[in-house]
Design a protein around this ligand. Sequence first.
Ligand code: ZN
Ligand code: FE
Length: 256
Amino acid sequence: MFLIPVSAFADNYLWLLHDGKRALVVDPGDAAPVLQALQDAHLQLESILVTHHHADHTGGIDALRRATGAQVYGPATETIPKPFKALREGEILHTLGLVFQVLDVPGHTAGHIAFYTPEMDGAPLLFCGDTLFSGGCGRLFEGSPAQMLSSLDKLAALPGATRVCCAHEYTLGNLRFARAVEPDNKDLAAFELDCLELRRQGKPTLPSSIGKEVLINPFLRTRQAGIMAAVHRFDASTHDDTTVFAALRQWKNQFK
Ligand code: ZN
Ligand code: FE
């Protein structure tokens, strides 16, 4: 299988997965770069997977459906361009010979879902939209900190080898904040050097992996004593998992 981050807008990745003949795309905010990629590799688009309703993830759905006849799959409780097959946690989606499980991961939006397959070319694979970013997480537009924390806990519990396909190239900015939170994290420092080199070469920092993220992503590490202490210095009212997570997210929102 081939896994390709198709660039769109300033920093979106529209993930294209194909077997040389058939393809799926995740969160096509724009149809044009996807149609170009399909044409270049002579691919038939079979499925369009959608994680949440934001325009930068849905803007190309109608044009792609019209051009290719692809089946659209999306979150049951969000409004995305119809017709689509509505999915919620526990449901399974078969495409390209793969089996994807649907996970509910509310927080960035209220009905956000993720797509996880335990096996694609020997390792698991996750499409997580704007829930988890490398070194960070999505902003809480519709969900509560408790919801987002539980969504991220769910993703952090996936196997370490899971490749994580995030929808934006936000990694370097996220890591600069992560370093302010955890200045002594050696895994984080090493990962930042790797990512700086990738970006210098014009390459994506993604996919990441769950194993890497649990070592470097402060939003998956809010129960680490060092992070709890750093967040407490930012907001002395923090006293449990949820308040630490909420304050960390607030700190990131105002970080310059
Ligand atoms: Zn979004
Ligand atoms: Fe987005």
